[in-house]
Design a protein. Structure first.
Length: 334
């Protein structure tokens, strides 16, 4: 509790801390005068004076300690301690973005770490975090398509749905046209000035009720830019296969319809990318993030809560205690 208080404390006038330099002079002056004002008597033995010792002699310097603590509290109060609370107000004109993610069985290939699907989910999650003013939705597809999350500005809900995605939720296959068409349907009524689809797949279209070219024309009609990503290494990749003897690893040729993906991207005003490993996939999303800029205004608000009063009160109490004690308990008689 005390640690958290000191962590957030600031001082409006820290220059007053220079006054702490006078405290050593106070200490020097006090002990010099104490010794100077002490009377002395020469005696042959102090044995008979042992019984005259009292607690007042032991605690006679307490008054000076009270005064020093009081002065220290006054200096801290003059420095004006405050607790600062920072708030940020984020306003801006965002972009409506649909993430279109292939979840077919081949997305479990392990040419990415730990596999294509998990790598795609992790990078998409980072992308979501970097878009504070955008509405983002999620469509998944394999042999058919499904909207996992409609357009939303609630990043926690979207990321929760994203990480719930796994292979086998839908009929297997690669229905690129269906996935793209579902995204277009989610964006067609959007009033945003900028509408974007990021379509990621690792295969060729081989299913679905809508042809990819038809879905592409739909995107063009509604002014939607489509960024396409082909995911997979060159050559062959290890893919886990379920058999009667359990799961075995099998090499499969990586086959991506780059011509189709390039055509979709170019004709809708987007761009086609090829991701061959985790790093290149991360760089692709970073590049899209730079290309699709949102207008963001961040207003920083700093609020201060004054905390000098407890120190001023402590100083008054300590100095009052010194004065009262000096003329009562520790009163001197001539």
């Amino acid at each position: 509790m005390l640690y958290n208080w000191f962590e957030h404390i600031t001082f409006a006038y820290p220059v007053f801390f220079a006054l702490f330099a006078i405290i050593p002079f106070f200490i020097f002056w006090y002990f010099r005068n104490t010794e100077k004002n002490q009377g002395s008597v020469i005696v042959s033995t102090v044995k008979n004076f042992d019984s005259t010792k009292s607690w007042k002699n032991i605690f006679r310097h307490t008054l000076f300690v009270f005064r020093l603590l009081g002065i220290a509290c006054i200096i801290i109060a003059l420095a004006r301690p405050q607790i600062r609370n920072d708030e940020q107000m984020i306003n801006g004109e965002g972009i409506d973005i649909m993430l279109c993610l292939d979840i077919s069985g081949s997305m479990l290939a392990q040419d990415f770490t730990p596999n294509r699907m998990e790598a795609a989910k992790n990078v998409a999650s980072e992308f979501i975090d970097n878009r504070p003013t955008d509405r983002i939705g999620l469509v998944i597809f394999s042999g058919e398509s499904f909207t996992m999350c409609p357009l939303t500005s609630d990043r926690s809900v979207l990321k929760s749905q994203l990480f719930n995605v796994q292979s086998g939720l839908l009929e297997d296959g690669t229905a690129i046209g269906s996935g793209l068409a579902t995204c277009v349907d989610r964006l067609r009524s959007s009033q945003s000035k900028s509408k974007v689809i990021i379509l990621l797949t690792d295969g060729e279209n081989n299913g679905g009720l809508i042809d990819p070219n038809t879905a592409k024309e739909m995107a063009k009609a509604f002014g939607i830019r489509v960024y396409t990503i082909g995911m997979g290494t060159e050559g062959f990749a290890q893919v886990p296969m379920q058999t009667s003897n359990g799961i075995i690893m099998q090499k499969e040729k990586v086959s991506i319809d780059e011509k189709l993906l390039t055509q979709i991207a170019n004709e809708t005003g987007g761009r086609y990318y090829r991701a061959t490993d985790n790093e290149s996939l991360h760089n692709i999303y970073a590049d899209i993030d730079k290309l699709e800029k949102s207008k963001v205004e961040i207003t920083a608000i700093k609020k201060y809560t004054e905390e000098f009063f407890p120190f001023a009160l402590a100083a008054a109490a300590l100095l009052l205690l010194e004065i009262v004690s000096r003329y009562t308990i520790f009163r001197k008689f001539p």
